[in-house]
Design a protein around this ligand. Structure first.
Ligand SMILES: O=C(O)CCC(=O)C(=O)O
Length: 253
């Protein structure tokens, strides 16, 4: 079983579960090497200068053959199949390193809040490359918030943020992870990450997302056919392909 009953029930009830370490130590080291090459202060940063910026980069799998091979890793796809069925596309990935002293937060949002138009929930895998807690920029989540459907969002700089008053955060909890853990979320789960107020503990995460191959933009009716197929009829594809080329600069999900 790629995911046990308790994890599955927790995911359905709360909107998240910790899948534990899906990759072995050598795989995590390979991911971290490529991640550190691509996600750095020299490539791209988010956050603001006053509170402290942090490295960020989208679509690492397009920039690194080594990382591209991981998006088809059976450990991820076997879990994805449980939720999405036999035909799966890769949606999006991003590397976010809440570096020591980068106090900028990423405020409350659902991952669907970034989507142009409206689409069904998809799956987010959040791989912790370091131990993560609220001291070093970790996650806070509102358990069960995925049951509320898509909440209204607006943009603050590049970040989609849930509108004031639309989310009750009274029951928010920290969602800690150990290096190597993979957290699985519904893309409707409301979450935020806080600033990293430590002096030396970076908090790197690689976030990978998958959707059903027939996922549609409910407003335009379009299929997301610029997202690569990774599994077809239950088989992991030898090579990914998409019907339309993804324009990394123009095509947000
Ligand atoms: O890892 C982070 O700091 C932010 C992750 C997040 O909010 C997201 O991927 O939507």
């Amino acid at each position: 079983m790629p995911i046990d009953l308790e994890q599955r029930q927790q995911f359905e009830r709360l909107g998240f579960t910790n899948l534990g370490p899906l990759f072995d130590a050598a795989e995590c080291a390979r991911i971290a090497d490529e991640y550190d090459r691509l996600v750095s202060f020299d490539s791209q940063v988010l956050g603001n200068k006053e509170e402290g910026e942090f490295p960020y980069r989208a679509m690492l799998n397009y920039r690194s053959p080594a990382l591209a091979s991981f998006i088809q890793h059976p450990a991820l796809l076997d879990v994805a199949r449980e939720f999405l069925g036999d035909d799966i596309r890769f949606w999006w990935d991003q590397g976010i390193n809440k570096a020591p002293g980068s106090g900028s937060l990423i405020d409350w949002h659902q991952d669907n809040g970034y989507t142009n138009g409206k689409t069904a929930p998809f799956l987010t895998f959040w791989l912790a490359l370091d131990d993560s807690s609220i001291e070093n920029g970790g996650l806070m989540v509102v358990p069960g918030s995925h049951h509320q459907g898509l909440l209204p969002h607006h943009y603050e700089t590049v970040h989609a943020v849930i509108d004031e008053g639309a989310l009750d955060t009274a029951n928010a909890v920290p969602l800690d992870a150990q290096a190597g853990d993979v957290l699985l979320f519904s893309s409707y789960l409301a979450h935020r990450t806080v600033g990293n107020h430590t002096k030396s503990r970076q908090r790197r995460a690689w976030v990978l997302q998958y959707c059903r191959a027939d996922q549609r933009n409910e407003e335009t009716g379009e299929i997301y056919d610029n997202r690569p197929w990774v599994m077809k009829h239950g088989e992991i594809l030898k090579e990914t392909f998409c019907e339309r080329v993804l324009n990394l600069r123009g095509d947000r999900p």
